[in-house]
Ligand binder design. Structure first.
Ligand code: MLT
Length: 260
């Protein structure tokens, strides 16, 4: 079951921002960016979500991206959160698009970061299953070998050498079976390409020019397909822009929120 953590709230606020994290991390990846947003866009409550088996969320033997978005919607309703701004980075972006497909009349705006609309092709699905089996056998080391270096740009590694050890710690904090289950959820996600031309809420797209997991061109293409999308690309940042430059990511998101 997806789990929610209120990062910032003020009783006066009418609007909320929901942040959906990347694989295989947790909502902790947003802590610094969320602090910037709380300071610069204080009229938005900030809710951080953890996918099953990550952060504060209990594991499940299987889950789907769209299923977790149904859970998110009902948890938001329970908390009386109406018309949220939904933001997601990478896996979080796949989920934000799934949320939009389900509840488009209730989404105030979308923020999509370092993500794409296409589903996995057959080769991609096979690769996910091989990765899942490898994680089940070798634990977090399989993630380190297969993707750790690709998560942030070389420039970020130089400027922020401690980022890699933070990432390792976060990745190790999920169980191998939670990571494998998430890989299977990623492989089964729906294709959202058809959705892009019908997105009618304000949208902000953020990526890093040196994203080694989802090429810059994917997001550039998305920014053309979504009507009126605002597109920002960070030079020298890679896949985890919100973590590599939380001040810039948080400031851009705040400026977008403040004019909605
Ligand atoms: C992520 O950062 O969430 C993942 O790399 C996404 C993916 O593997 O498709």
């Amino acid at each position: 079951m997806i789990s929610l953590r209120t990062f910032y709230s003020d009783k006066k606020n009418l609007h909320s921002l929901v942040l959906l994290h990347a694989f295989p991390l947790s909502s902790i990846m947003y802590d610094r960016a969320a602090a910037v947003i709380a300071e610069h866009a204080p009229s938005y409550n900030i809710i951080l979500a953890d996918f099953p088996g990550f952060g504060s969320a209990a594991s499940e033997t299987s889950w789907t991206i769209s299923g977790t978005m149904v859970e998110l919607h009902s948890k938001l309703e329970e908390q009386d959160v109406r018309d949220p701004v939904i933001a997601g980075l990478s896996m979080g972006g796949y989920a934000a698009l799934a949320y939009y497909r389900l509840y488009q009349n209730e989404v105030k705006a979308l923020i999509l970061s370092n993500t794409k609309a296409a589903a996995d092709d057959e080769k991609g699905k096979k690769g996910r299953e091989e990765f899942a089996v490898d994680v089940e056998a070798r634990g977090a080391q399989a993630v380190f070998d297969r993707m750790l270096e690709k998560l942030i740009s070389d420039a970020s590694k130089k400027v922020n050498p401690e980022l890699i050890s933070r990432l390792k710690k976060w990745i190790e904090s999920a169980t191998p079976s939670a990571i494998a289950t998430a890989l299977r959820a990623l492989a089964l996600r729906d294709d959202s390409t058809d959705l892009l031309p019908v997105i009618s809420c304000p949208s902000l797209l953020i990526t890093g020019e040196d994203d080694a997991i989802i090429p810059f061109e994917e997001m550039e293409k998305m920014s053309v397909e979504i009507k009126g999308a605002k597109f920002v690309s960070f030079t020298k940042a890679g896949h985890l822009t919100a973590l590599e430059d939380p001040v810039k990511w948080g400031s851009i998101v705040s400026s977008f929120l403040n004019v909605l």
